[in-house]
Each structure stands twice: as C-alpha cells, then as structure tokens.
Design a protein. Structure first.
Length: 357
C-alpha cells in the first residue's frame, strides 16, 4: 500500500496525449501542412518521397526493357505453336536420315527449295511433281555455319532411276530419295542428319512479313515472261528493295538476255543473296516490330523432320553463325542432256571444307 505522506509519491505512469483540436488548428501547424501539400503528417507515419513518383530515365529504360522481353517471349510462343502445327516431312525421310547429331558434334541439314508450280501459273510443268530448284547443305555447330550449294543440273546417279540431273531425285521420290542421292553423289563419309523442304510458292509470305528485303543486283536483269510475270522480269543493277513476289522472281530467273553468259551458278548466287538479305533484315531494328508475324510465317514456309525446338536451334544458329560465303560445287565439264559433271576431287575438297571448315 502506497504511503500518502508528503515526499513519498505513489508509483504511476505518465501519458502524453496528442494535441487537441485547437492545437491542430493553430496557424503554424496549418502552414506546415500546406507547405507539404496536404494534411500534417502524423508522428510515425512514413514520409512519402516525390522521387518515387517521378518518371526518371532509369525507370523508363526498365519499362522499355520489360516490354521488349515480353514481345520476344510472345514471338517465341508464336514460333513454337506455328512449328508444332505445320506439316512435317513424314516418316519415309526419317528412315534415311543419320542420327547422332548435336550442337557440340555438328549437324548437317539438307535444304531443298521446291519449285512446285500451282495451276495458277502459266509455266510448263504447272501442277506436276515438284523439283528441287535449289539444293543446299548447312553444317551448323557451336555458332558456326558452313554452306555448300549443289547445282541442280549436276549429273548424279539416282537410286532406282539411273544417272540424270540431280534435281530429278526430288520429283521421283521426294525428300527421302533426294537425301540418298545427295549422300551418294558427294560421298566422302557425308551423312545428312536433317532435311528441310522450302516451298517457293509460300516464300513470299515470309518476306512480306519481314517488310521486304534489300538485295544486291550485280547485273541488270531483263528476263522473258515466266510464272506470274507475264510481261517479263526486269531489275536494274544496284541495291533494290523487293517485296515477296519480286524477291521470288529474282531468285528464280533462269535465263537473263541482258547477261547471256550467266549459268546455273549465277542463279544459285541470286538465291543465296535472297537468303542473306532475309538474314540482314531479321537482324535489323525494323524487324523487331514485326517479330510475332515473322515467327508465325517462318515455320509455315517449310516442311521438316524437325519440330519446334530443332527448328528454333537451326534458325538461331543461322542468325548467330555469321553471314559466311556459300561455296558452290564447280563443274569441270558438260554431261548428257546439258547436265554438269562434278569431278571426284572437287567433291572431296568441298565435303572436307563443309565438315571440318
């Protein structure tokens, strides 16, 4: 019990109350509240920072980076969906392909450009079996890409059909026979791991999705009417911007009266120029805005034994592996029916370069 005598104060706690209503309405306190742009801050409440609400350059960069990453992720999803739903080459070609390829050991892909002509075109062969208008071998490994082009008129032994121009193999037996023919033609332990069939008829859609391409025309072209070019096909020398249809025409010109000395090697070079122009366009800032449309169109221009992951790995390798010059098998003589003879030494040398660099 506490002692009530003077000098002996009872134990108690002292509490301080906040200011009363009159204290809060004092001019000084009101003025401080107005200077802060609002009501007086309560004791212990967090102080709001104006810098957090400001749109700084760093914050703008962060938002742009997040938007770019989301755009790329959307494009990847669109690519895989398109690749998984596109038509494959089928089981027959998988039976003749060699396994055991990887990014580390390297992979060889046979690219066949099909010149299948619909009934809408007024060319000979419209509606008939497709021929391999271009034959290209890609060797990809660890960011390196090497290319070897086989002229479509090269004289080769086609299993079950005898010796004739090599591009007939695709028309006779599709990609499976083309794989067997190219392996037997080049020899020297060449093994093909994958195959891609590119439809030239669908190719313009991909180029249009890119917004067109810029190609380097080394000689003036004045070709006679062919395909959908009823008035002929003409291009001046220099760098030209082409839409999908004209880029396809540029790649398919067979005879150029303005340069009568051209042969199938010049035609192969034009096809490679279109592919290089597409690569340049894909790596340009202008293509970034179109990325989802390009991602959807790319897998639909081809058929392959590879699905989404395999095609993505191949396309990534082509983009990051450098532009690199495409080598072309050089003929040593003319063969039957206007075909081209390729010497065994030429085959041996070029296959070695393709596989080992």
């Amino acid at each position: 019990m506490n002692d009530p005598r003077p000098g002996n104060r009872p134990d108690y706690k002292v509490y301080r109350s906040g200011g009363g209503l009159l204290d809060r309405l004092r001019p000084g306190e009101r003025l401080r509240g107005l200077r802060r742009g609002g009501a007086p801050r309560r004791e212990g409440a967090p102080r709001e920072s104006r810098s957090r609400r400001a749109l700084t350059p760093g914050r703008i960069f962060k938002y742009l980076l997040l938007a770019a990453l989301a755009w790329i992720l959307l494009s990847l999803v669109v690519f895989f969906v398109s690749a998984q739903t596109t038509e494959s080459s089928g089981g027959r070609v998988e039976d003749v392909l060699s396994g055991g390829s990887s990014t580390l050991t390297g992979s060889t892909t046979l690219v066949l450009g099909s010149d299948a002509r619909s009934d809408k075109t007024r060319e000979p062969g419209s509606g008939g079996p497709a021929r391999s208008d271009s034959i290209l071998l890609l060797r990809t490994s660890l960011g390196q890409v090497r290319r070897l082009s086989v002229l479509r008129d090269s004289f080769a032994e086609i299993p079950g059909a005898g010796p004739q121009k090599i591009n007939a193999a695709y028309a006779i037996g599709g990609p499976a026979l083309a794989v067997r023919t190219v392996e037997g033609f080049l020899g020297n332990d060449l093994e093909i791991n994958h195959v891609i069939e590119v439809s030239f008829e669908e190719f313009p859609e991909l180029i249009d999705a890119l917004g067109g391409v810029n190609v380097k025309v080394r000689r003036r072209i004045c070709a006679k009417p062919f395909g959908n070019f009823e008035r002929g096909f003409r291009l001046k020398k220099g760098t030209r911007h082409l839409n999908g249809e004209r880029a396809l025409g540029f790649a398919r010109v067979r005879k150029n009266p303005c340069a009568p000395n051209e042969d199938d090697r010049d035609r192969a070079a034009r096809q490679q120029e279109v592919l290089s122009a597409m690569r340049r366009r894909l790596l340009s800032p202008a293509a970034f805005v179109r990325l989802p449309w390009v991602s959807y169109a790319a897998p639909r221009t081809l058929r392959s034994d590879m699905r989404g992951p395999g095609l993505f790995g191949l396309f990534s390798g082509l983009l990051t592996g450098g532009s690199g010059k495409t080598r072309v098998l050089k003929p040593s003589d003319l063969g039957p029916g206007g075909s081209l003879i390729i010497s065994d030494e030429e085959k041996r040398r070029e296959v070695r370069r393709l596989l080992r660099g």
